[in-house]
Design a protein around this ligand. Sequence first.
Ligand SMILES: Cc1cc2nc3c(=O)[nH]c(=O)nc-3n(C[C@H](O)[C@H](O)[C@H](O)COP(=O)(O)O)c2cc1C
Length: 203
Amino acid sequence: MRRILHIDASYSGEKSVSRALSQIFITAWQKFHPEALILYRDLGRFPVPYINKNWIAAIHSPPETHTPEMIQALEVSNPLLEEFLSVDCYVFGIPMYGFTIPATLKAYLEHLIRIGCTYEVDEAGVRGLVHGKKALFITSRGGNYSSGSPFGEDHQEPYLRTIFGSFGIQDVEFVNVNNLVLGDREKSMVAAQARLQTLAAHW
Ligand SMILES: Cc1cc2nc3c(=O)[nH]c(=O)nc-3n(C[C@H](O)[C@H](O)[C@H](O)COP(=O)(O)O)c2cc1C
């Protein structure tokens, strides 16, 4: 049975565009995979705590040396990692905040940066340890970040490609929905929905 992890990151609740679009994809995809198990995490409503010094100490030391604070840090973090590793694919709904991803998604991803578990590194570089998985990122933006745009640079897609690549997940797809505030919102939404419906049949 296929397992999918669906994650939303917007703080805007019911008004969120990225949330609506990720749900449109999931609903369409489910028709082709009725047997799939879908796990859902709403980082906008239920943010995960930041990693801290106890977490960093814990992941770099053997369990038998862990203090109660280090054990507590891993008790929060380990289920996030186990959930992430337990699925075959990921669907993210991500608004652009300050040219990049929301802080709550960054906080979540930091829990997954586990040496010897999601990646290994040496002088030759970073090698991902998570194989056979794929990710779809649906991003919503107020402006337009296509090449030559006056709005600035897109720090979402390059960052997400890099961190998922470092985990070993190179099979990534982006549906970047531009112009939702400063442009033709209706046109962007119609195009995004059409693309998501098409993708659902093949992804
Ligand atoms: C705090 C904040 C920061 C934002 N920063 C940007 C930005 O840097 N670039 C941009 O194009 N839009 C920016 N926007 C607009 C959002 O990306 C846009 O409204 C998007 O549709 C939000 O997605 P959501 O409806 O799923 O929350 C920002 C919005 C907020 C609330």
